[in-house]
Write a protein that binds this ligand. Sequence first.
Ligand SMILES: [Zn+2]
Ligand SMILES: [Zn+2]
Length: 343
Amino acid sequence: MNGGFEAMQKQIWEWTGYNAMTTRTTERERSLEKDQVEVRIKSIGICGTDLHIMEGHTGFSQPPLPLGHELAGVVERIGDGVVKWKVGDRVCIDPLIGCGKCQECLVGHKHRCRESGEIGLQFPGGWQEFLVMPSTNLYKLPDSISFAEATQAETIHCCLGGVDKLTIQLGQNVSVIGDGPTGLYYVQLLKAAGAGKVSLIGMREKRLELGIRLGADAMFNLRAHAAPLAAETEDIVIDAAGTESSLRLSIELLKKGGQLLLFGLPGEPILVDIQTVVLKELTLLGSTNAPQVWLRVIEMMASGSVQVKPLITQYYEFNELDKAVEFARNEPDEVVKVIVNHK
Ligand SMILES: [Zn+2]
Ligand SMILES: [Zn+2]
Protein backbone atom coordinates (compact mmCIF):
# COMPACT_ATOMS: atom_id res chain seq x y z
CA MET A 1 0.00 0.00 0.00
CA ASN A 2 1.07 3.55 -0.65
CA GLY A 3 0.69 6.25 1.94
CA GLY A 4 3.16 7.01 4.66
CA PHE A 5 3.08 6.09 8.33
CA GLU A 6 0.88 9.11 9.01
CA ALA A 7 -1.87 7.76 6.78
CA MET A 8 -1.93 4.48 8.68
CA GLN A 9 -2.96 6.09 11.95
CA LYS A 10 -6.49 6.42 13.23
CA GLN A 11 -8.22 8.33 16.00
CA ILE A 12 -10.19 6.27 18.49
CA TRP A 13 -12.31 6.96 21.56
CA GLU A 14 -12.15 4.44 24.39
CA TRP A 15 -14.31 3.79 27.40
CA THR A 16 -11.80 3.68 30.26
CA GLY A 17 -13.82 3.29 33.46
CA TYR A 18 -16.93 4.50 35.29
CA ASN A 19 -18.51 7.08 32.93
CA ALA A 20 -15.04 7.93 31.61
CA MET A 21 -13.64 8.00 28.08
CA THR A 22 -10.56 9.30 26.36
CA THR A 23 -9.31 9.78 22.81
CA ARG A 24 -5.95 8.83 21.31
CA THR A 25 -4.26 7.98 18.04
CA THR A 26 -3.34 4.40 17.27
CA GLU A 27 -2.08 2.41 14.30
CA ARG A 28 -4.44 0.96 11.76
CA GLU A 29 -4.12 -2.73 10.92
CA ARG A 30 -1.19 -3.05 8.48
CA SER A 31 -2.82 -5.88 6.59
CA LEU A 32 -6.20 -7.56 6.59
CA GLU A 33 -6.81 -11.25 7.14
CA LYS A 34 -8.67 -13.37 4.62
CA ASP A 35 -12.33 -12.35 4.24
CA GLN A 36 -11.88 -9.21 6.32
CA VAL A 37 -12.84 -5.69 5.35
CA GLU A 38 -11.89 -2.32 6.76
CA VAL A 39 -14.71 0.21 6.96
CA ARG A 40 -14.25 3.97 7.24
CA ILE A 41 -16.89 4.77 9.86
CA LYS A 42 -19.14 7.64 8.79
CA SER A 43 -21.89 7.67 11.46
CA ILE A 44 -22.34 6.27 14.97
CA GLY A 45 -25.52 6.07 17.02
CA ILE A 46 -25.24 6.56 20.78
CA CYS A 47 -27.28 3.82 22.43
CA GLY A 48 -28.64 3.41 25.96
CA THR A 49 -26.54 0.25 26.09
CA ASP A 50 -23.37 2.36 25.66
CA LEU A 51 -24.41 4.40 28.71
CA HIS A 52 -25.12 1.24 30.74
CA ILE A 53 -21.76 -0.25 29.74
CA MET A 54 -19.98 2.93 30.81
CA GLU A 55 -21.58 2.65 34.24
CA GLY A 56 -20.06 -0.81 34.47
CA HIS A 57 -23.38 -2.55 35.14
CA THR A 58 -23.79 -4.82 32.14
CA GLY A 59 -21.23 -7.46 33.03
CA PHE A 60 -20.35 -8.20 29.38
CA SER A 61 -17.81 -5.43 28.58
CA GLN A 62 -14.39 -4.65 30.02
CA PRO A 63 -12.46 -1.35 29.72
CA PRO A 64 -10.42 -0.09 27.97
CA LEU A 65 -12.61 -0.57 24.91
CA PRO A 66 -13.87 1.54 22.01
CA LEU A 67 -17.67 1.17 22.23
CA GLY A 68 -20.12 1.77 19.36
CA HIS A 69 -22.37 -0.87 17.79
CA GLU A 70 -24.78 1.31 15.75
CA LEU A 71 -22.57 1.94 12.73
CA ALA A 72 -22.50 2.85 9.07
CA GLY A 73 -19.66 3.72 6.73
CA VAL A 74 -17.79 3.09 3.51
CA VAL A 75 -15.62 0.12 2.57
CA GLU A 76 -12.00 1.32 2.71
CA ARG A 77 -9.92 -1.85 2.16
CA ILE A 78 -10.73 -5.47 1.38
CA GLY A 79 -8.81 -8.60 2.32
CA ASP A 80 -8.11 -11.66 0.20
CA GLY A 81 -11.16 -13.70 -0.73
CA VAL A 82 -13.63 -10.82 -0.48
CA VAL A 83 -15.63 -10.78 -3.70
CA LYS A 84 -18.90 -9.21 -2.65
CA TRP A 85 -17.51 -5.79 -1.68
CA LYS A 86 -15.45 -3.13 -3.35
CA VAL A 87 -13.75 -0.02 -2.04
CA GLY A 88 -16.27 2.81 -1.76
CA ASP A 89 -19.37 0.69 -1.13
CA ARG A 90 -21.81 2.30 1.34
CA VAL A 91 -22.61 -0.16 4.12
CA CYS A 92 -24.22 -0.64 7.48
CA ILE A 93 -22.71 -3.06 9.94
CA ASP A 94 -24.20 -6.03 11.76
CA PRO A 95 -22.07 -5.97 14.93
CA LEU A 96 -22.72 -9.60 15.90
CA ILE A 97 -19.93 -12.10 15.28
CA GLY A 98 -20.42 -15.85 15.76
CA CYS A 99 -17.92 -18.69 15.44
CA GLY A 100 -19.39 -19.54 12.02
CA LYS A 101 -19.01 -23.28 12.62
CA CYS A 102 -21.43 -24.41 15.33
CA GLN A 103 -24.97 -25.67 14.69
CA GLU A 104 -26.58 -22.35 15.69
CA CYS A 105 -24.29 -20.37 13.38
CA LEU A 106 -24.89 -22.79 10.53
CA VAL A 107 -28.69 -22.38 10.74
CA GLY A 108 -28.40 -18.57 10.83
CA HIS A 109 -28.77 -18.08 14.59
CA LYS A 110 -25.31 -16.69 15.28
CA HIS A 111 -26.74 -14.67 18.19
CA ARG A 112 -27.25 -18.01 19.95
CA CYS A 113 -23.67 -19.17 19.31
CA ARG A 114 -21.86 -19.90 22.58
CA GLU A 115 -18.83 -18.01 21.35
CA SER A 116 -20.64 -15.05 19.83
CA GLY A 117 -19.89 -11.48 20.77
CA GLU A 118 -20.60 -8.01 19.45
CA ILE A 119 -18.53 -5.25 17.98
CA GLY A 120 -18.76 -2.48 20.58
CA LEU A 121 -19.77 -4.79 23.43
CA GLN A 122 -17.20 -7.57 23.77
CA PHE A 123 -15.05 -6.63 20.75
CA PRO A 124 -13.62 -3.19 19.86
CA GLY A 125 -16.45 -1.05 18.50
CA GLY A 126 -16.92 1.76 16.04
CA TRP A 127 -15.77 4.69 18.15
CA GLN A 128 -12.91 4.84 15.65
CA GLU A 129 -12.15 6.29 12.25
CA PHE A 130 -11.61 2.80 10.79
CA LEU A 131 -12.84 -0.61 11.89
CA VAL A 132 -11.82 -4.06 10.63
CA MET A 133 -14.41 -6.86 10.64
CA PRO A 134 -15.51 -10.00 8.77
CA SER A 135 -16.89 -9.10 5.32
CA THR A 136 -20.04 -11.09 6.11
CA ASN A 137 -21.05 -8.47 8.68
CA LEU A 138 -21.81 -5.83 6.05
CA TYR A 139 -25.09 -4.93 4.38
CA LYS A 140 -25.29 -2.68 1.34
CA LEU A 141 -26.98 0.67 1.79
CA PRO A 142 -29.21 2.16 -0.88
CA ASP A 143 -28.27 5.79 -1.66
CA SER A 144 -31.65 6.91 -0.29
CA ILE A 145 -30.63 5.95 3.27
CA SER A 146 -28.18 8.38 4.91
CA PHE A 147 -25.32 7.07 7.05
CA ALA A 148 -26.93 8.64 10.13
CA GLU A 149 -30.20 6.78 9.46
CA ALA A 150 -28.34 3.59 8.61
CA THR A 151 -26.86 3.39 12.11
CA GLN A 152 -30.37 2.58 13.27
CA ALA A 153 -30.69 -0.57 11.18
CA GLU A 154 -29.06 -2.36 14.11
CA THR A 155 -31.68 -1.19 16.61
CA ILE A 156 -34.56 -1.74 14.19
CA HIS A 157 -33.34 -5.26 13.40
CA CYS A 158 -33.65 -6.17 17.09
CA CYS A 159 -37.21 -4.81 17.12
CA LEU A 160 -38.22 -6.55 13.89
CA GLY A 161 -36.89 -9.82 15.31
CA GLY A 162 -39.20 -9.26 18.27
CA VAL A 163 -42.24 -8.52 16.12
CA ASP A 164 -41.50 -11.67 14.07
CA LYS A 165 -41.85 -13.74 17.23
CA LEU A 166 -45.41 -12.49 17.86
CA THR A 167 -48.57 -13.71 16.21
CA ILE A 168 -50.27 -10.44 15.30
CA GLN A 169 -53.77 -10.37 13.90
CA LEU A 170 -55.26 -7.38 12.13
CA GLY A 171 -56.95 -4.98 14.53
CA GLN A 172 -55.52 -6.35 17.76
CA ASN A 173 -54.74 -4.03 20.69
CA VAL A 174 -51.05 -3.71 21.41
CA SER A 175 -49.27 -1.68 24.09
CA VAL A 176 -45.59 -0.78 23.98
CA ILE A 177 -44.05 0.11 27.33
CA GLY A 178 -40.92 2.25 27.02
CA ASP A 179 -40.66 5.44 24.95
CA GLY A 180 -36.98 5.20 23.94
CA PRO A 181 -35.88 4.56 20.35
CA THR A 182 -36.82 0.87 20.53
CA GLY A 183 -40.35 1.73 21.70
CA LEU A 184 -40.69 4.23 18.85
CA TYR A 185 -39.48 1.68 16.29
CA TYR A 186 -41.85 -0.94 17.72
CA VAL A 187 -44.80 1.44 17.27
CA GLN A 188 -43.99 1.81 13.56
CA LEU A 189 -43.38 -1.90 12.98
CA LEU A 190 -46.60 -2.86 14.77
CA LYS A 191 -48.67 -0.51 12.62
CA ALA A 192 -46.96 -1.92 9.53
CA ALA A 193 -47.79 -5.43 10.79
CA GLY A 194 -51.51 -4.59 10.97
CA ALA A 195 -51.99 -4.06 14.69
CA GLY A 196 -55.16 -2.10 15.50
CA LYS A 197 -54.88 0.26 18.45
CA VAL A 198 -51.24 0.75 19.38
CA SER A 199 -50.67 2.50 22.73
CA LEU A 200 -47.28 3.90 23.73
CA ILE A 201 -46.65 4.05 27.47
CA GLY A 202 -43.68 5.95 28.86
CA MET A 203 -42.42 8.76 31.05
CA ARG A 204 -41.25 11.49 28.68
CA GLU A 205 -43.82 13.73 27.03
CA LYS A 206 -41.74 14.69 23.96
CA ARG A 207 -40.99 11.07 23.09
CA LEU A 208 -44.63 10.08 23.59
CA GLU A 209 -45.78 12.88 21.28
CA LEU A 210 -43.26 11.69 18.71
CA GLY A 211 -44.78 8.22 19.07
CA ILE A 212 -48.17 9.66 18.09
CA ARG A 213 -46.62 11.36 15.06
CA LEU A 214 -45.07 8.02 14.09
CA GLY A 215 -48.41 6.22 14.20
CA ALA A 216 -49.30 5.37 17.81
CA ASP A 217 -53.05 5.66 18.44
CA ALA A 218 -52.74 6.61 22.11
CA MET A 219 -50.04 7.71 24.54
CA PHE A 220 -49.88 7.50 28.31
CA ASN A 221 -47.37 9.26 30.50
CA LEU A 222 -46.84 7.17 33.63
CA ARG A 223 -45.93 10.35 35.49
CA ALA A 224 -49.59 11.40 35.04
CA HIS A 225 -51.45 8.06 34.86
CA ALA A 226 -50.65 5.39 37.42
CA ALA A 227 -52.96 3.00 35.52
CA PRO A 228 -52.84 4.08 31.86
CA LEU A 229 -55.33 1.60 30.44
CA ALA A 230 -57.99 -0.64 31.96
CA ALA A 231 -56.72 -4.07 32.98
CA GLU A 232 -57.10 -6.93 30.48
CA THR A 233 -57.54 -4.77 27.37
CA GLU A 234 -54.44 -5.75 25.41
CA ASP A 235 -53.88 -8.74 23.12
CA ILE A 236 -50.13 -8.07 23.05
CA VAL A 237 -47.75 -6.06 25.24
CA ILE A 238 -44.12 -5.32 24.37
CA ASP A 239 -42.06 -4.53 27.45
CA ALA A 240 -39.24 -2.41 26.03
CA ALA A 241 -38.46 -0.95 29.46
CA GLY A 242 -37.51 -4.09 31.38
CA THR A 243 -38.21 -2.95 34.92
CA GLU A 244 -40.15 -4.65 37.69
CA SER A 245 -42.94 -2.09 37.40
CA SER A 246 -43.14 -2.30 33.59
CA LEU A 247 -43.40 -6.07 33.83
CA ARG A 248 -46.13 -5.82 36.47
CA LEU A 249 -48.04 -3.38 34.26
CA SER A 250 -47.58 -5.62 31.19
CA ILE A 251 -49.11 -8.61 32.96
CA GLU A 252 -51.97 -6.48 34.26
CA LEU A 253 -52.84 -4.99 30.85
CA LEU A 254 -52.88 -8.30 28.98
CA LYS A 255 -56.11 -10.11 28.21
CA LYS A 256 -56.29 -13.79 29.07
CA GLY A 257 -54.37 -15.72 26.45
CA GLY A 258 -52.31 -12.63 25.52
CA GLN A 259 -48.71 -12.46 24.38
CA LEU A 260 -45.94 -10.65 26.26
CA LEU A 261 -42.74 -9.82 24.42
CA LEU A 262 -39.88 -9.29 26.87
CA PHE A 263 -37.33 -6.98 25.28
CA GLY A 264 -35.94 -4.51 27.85
CA LEU A 265 -33.09 -5.75 30.06
CA PRO A 266 -33.62 -5.40 33.81
CA GLY A 267 -29.90 -5.95 34.49
CA GLU A 268 -30.71 -7.84 37.70
CA PRO A 269 -33.25 -10.44 38.88
CA ILE A 270 -36.73 -8.94 39.35
CA LEU A 271 -39.98 -10.18 40.87
CA VAL A 272 -42.65 -11.57 38.51
CA ASP A 273 -46.20 -12.55 39.40
CA ILE A 274 -45.99 -15.99 37.80
CA GLN A 275 -49.30 -17.09 39.32
CA THR A 276 -51.11 -14.47 37.22
CA VAL A 277 -49.10 -15.48 34.13
CA VAL A 278 -50.32 -19.06 34.63
CA LEU A 279 -53.91 -18.19 35.45
CA LYS A 280 -54.21 -15.80 32.48
CA GLU A 281 -52.50 -18.34 30.23
CA LEU A 282 -50.08 -15.74 28.90
CA THR A 283 -47.39 -16.51 26.35
CA LEU A 284 -43.97 -15.07 27.31
CA LEU A 285 -41.42 -14.47 24.57
CA GLY A 286 -37.85 -13.24 25.01
CA SER A 287 -36.03 -11.54 22.14
CA THR A 288 -32.55 -10.11 21.49
CA ASN A 289 -30.97 -10.12 18.02
CA ALA A 290 -32.31 -11.47 14.75
CA PRO A 291 -29.55 -11.97 12.15
CA GLN A 292 -32.04 -13.16 9.53
CA VAL A 293 -34.03 -9.90 9.28
CA TRP A 294 -31.36 -7.38 8.19
CA LEU A 295 -32.32 -7.24 4.51
CA ARG A 296 -35.97 -6.70 5.39
CA VAL A 297 -35.00 -3.87 7.76
CA ILE A 298 -33.10 -2.07 5.01
CA GLU A 299 -36.04 -2.62 2.67
CA MET A 300 -38.46 -1.12 5.21
CA MET A 301 -36.17 1.85 5.84
CA ALA A 302 -35.82 2.51 2.12
CA SER A 303 -39.57 2.31 1.52
CA GLY A 304 -40.34 4.60 4.46
CA SER A 305 -42.43 2.07 6.41
CA VAL A 306 -40.08 2.65 9.31
CA GLN A 307 -38.75 6.17 9.80
CA VAL A 308 -35.54 7.12 11.57
CA LYS A 309 -35.06 10.83 10.86
CA PRO A 310 -37.77 12.05 13.27
CA LEU A 311 -35.95 10.24 16.11
CA ILE A 312 -32.61 11.97 15.55
CA THR A 313 -32.51 14.86 18.00
CA GLN A 314 -28.82 15.86 18.05
CA TYR A 315 -25.77 15.59 15.80
CA TYR A 316 -22.16 15.80 16.98
CA GLU A 317 -18.83 15.50 15.25
CA PHE A 318 -16.45 12.63 15.98
CA ASN A 319 -14.03 14.99 17.76
CA GLU A 320 -16.81 15.71 20.24
CA LEU A 321 -17.88 12.13 20.88
CA ASP A 322 -17.37 12.64 24.62
CA LYS A 323 -19.77 15.61 24.54
CA ALA A 324 -22.31 13.53 22.61
CA VAL A 325 -22.21 10.76 25.20
CA GLU A 326 -22.41 13.25 28.06
CA PHE A 327 -25.46 14.92 26.51
CA ALA A 328 -27.19 11.58 25.99
CA ARG A 329 -26.51 10.69 29.63
CA ASN A 330 -27.52 14.00 31.20
CA GLU A 331 -30.42 15.23 29.08
CA PRO A 332 -32.86 12.34 28.71
CA ASP A 333 -35.78 14.73 28.27
CA GLU A 334 -34.10 16.33 25.25
CA VAL A 335 -32.59 13.23 23.66
CA VAL A 336 -34.21 10.54 21.60
CA LYS A 337 -31.23 9.53 19.42
CA VAL A 338 -27.83 11.24 19.28
CA ILE A 339 -25.80 10.68 16.11
CA VAL A 340 -22.06 11.27 15.78
CA ASN A 341 -20.79 11.96 12.26
CA HIS A 342 -17.28 11.85 10.88
CA LYS A 343 -16.39 14.80 8.66
ZN1 LIG B 1 -27.89 -0.28 20.69
ZN1 LIG C 1 -21.19 -20.47 16.42
